[in-house]
Write a protein that binds this ligand. Structure first.
Ligand code: URA
Length: 428
């Protein structure tokens, strides 16, 4: 018979900086999922973990217990390896849209279970849903079939994956415990491991527009994430990438799909292309494909062909005109000089306030809302030239969006260079 514990005793143990055993962690998560351990007890435990941490074994046990709380997908019968990527979230981060079809060109299947956005970072499903007709919800069988036929699928994560994480995540959000690295890492990895991929590349974003604002914390998170992957038998590596300024030139749902299609057509902004190629190369490397020309598959239309198939398989029309916002307003440069700061959080918040994101999870999003950048950080600009264009369906949103930008843009006579785009790579 499984051992019984008392929630209060476990909370006190963690409060006193003691290690929790595997049995104790399993008991805690199982009983929290069932409602036997109450929300207030789990809140106290989350705070004790935030303050006192967990060691590698405890974090692995926590992740495995969260996986065991729900269903686990299995793609081991597919005739090809599987690889997935996960980004910790950023502004203008549409990389999944290109990476999924691009990696599948080389015979590696990409099962990408995604979510909707909350706050200033957009969700992949919101972007894909701006394509007329596209359906996010697939059964496990449909997902399997699409992976076999097309090689790539982006769809909604069903409620059966890691339900303990769903409950705990909502609790952390309202108890000031989101930032605990053991909790972030087990939350991300429980969903990704339950999804059944054999390799995983993490894009850990660093900077104002990201969860992790500084490089040391991001590196620590990346190390813990890759250790969990190694401990659970999933080949995992992480890239640390800059998120102090937005990625690409277009931010917002249909705007980001538009930019993804530009990249799949062989063009698109340099930073988006660089990260797409770096992540796809890493996913392929983990799947044993090292001698491949990833850039060529973007240039010659092979990735675009896969994209068209992937969208059509989920009832989307890849040739349809994408939704456009009803109103637009241009923001001009106030000085001549170098655009030294174009802050990711400021632009992400502006886009969110224009209607591209939601404040509560049940809110709708405006597909056409968002921001187009006419200059990137480091560019030379002239007073009066357009810096960005804001898009929304509701004109009264412009004022608060412009407020969000104040303090986020600076132009100076001397050029100050920003951080590199790819800051580090971590594997175990
Ligand atoms: N993403 C997740 O899924 N969980 C976290 O805790 C943070 C980011």
């Amino acid at each position: 018979m499984a051992k019984e514990f008392s929630a209060v005793e476990l909370i006190i143990a963690k409060r006193e900086k003691q290690e929790l055993s595997t049995d104790q962690i399993n008991w805690l998560i199982e009983n929290y999922t069932k409602g036997v351990v109450a929300d207030e007890q789990m809140s106290a435990m989350a705070m004790a973990i935030l303050l006192n941490g967990m060691n590698r074994r405890e974090i692995k046990d926590l992740t495995l217990a969260m996986i065991a709380s729900g269903e686990r997908l299995d793609f081991s019968d597919l005739p090809m390896p599987t690889a997935d990527k996960h980004s910790t979230g950023g502004v203008g981060d549409k990389i999944t849209l290109m990476v999924a079809p691009l990696v599948s060109v080389f015979g590696v299947a990409v099962p990408q279970l995604s979510g909707r956005g909350l706050g200033h970072t957009g969700g992949t499903l919101d972007k894909m849903e701006s394509i007329p007709g596209w359906q996010a919800n697939l059964s496990n069988l449909q997902m399997h079939e699409q992976l076999e036929k097309v090689g790539a699928v982006v769809c909604a994560a069903g409620s059966g994956l890691a339900p303990a994480d769903k409950k705990l995540y909502a609790l952390r959000d309202v108890t000031g415990t989101v930032e605990a690295i053991p909790l972030i890492a087990s939350s991300i990895m429980s969903k990704k491991i339950a999804e059944g991929t054999s390799s995983l590349v993490l894009d850990v974003k660093v900077g104002s527009g990201a969860f992790m604002k500084n490089l040391d914390r991001a590196r620590e998170l990346a190390q813990v994430l890759t250790q969990i992957g190694a401990d659970a038998g999933v080949k995992t590596s992480a890239l640390l990438t800059d998120m102090s300024t937005p990625l690409g030139n277009k931010i917002g749902n249909s705007l980001e799909v538009e930019e993804a299609v530009e990249v799949l057509a062989g063009g698109g902004p340099k930073d988006v292309v660089e990260i797409t190629i770096a992540l796809a190369t890493e996913m392929l490397r983990l799947s044993g494909k090292t001698d491949v020309d990833v850039a060529a598959a973007l240039k010659d239309g092979r990735a675009m062909d896969k994209w068209n198939q992937m969208v059509a398989a989920q009832h989307g029309d890849p040739k349809a005109v994408l939704p456009k916002a009803k109103h637009e307003q241009v923001v001009l440069a106030e000085e001549t000089g170098y655009l030294n700061q174009l802050d990711a959080l400021a632009v992400g918040t502006a886009s969110w306030r224009l209607g591209a994101g939601r404040a509560r999870k049940e809110d709708p999003v405006q597909f056409g809302a968002g921001v187009i950048l006419h200059a990137k950080r480091g560019d030379q600009v002239t007073k009066g030239q357009p810096l960005l264009t804001l898009f929304t369906d509701e004109e009264n949103r412009f004022e608060r969006a412009i407020d969000a930008l104040s303090g986020g843009i600076s132009i100076a006579a001397e050029r100050v260079s920003g951080p590199e785009l790819i800051l580090d790579r971590i594997s175990n």
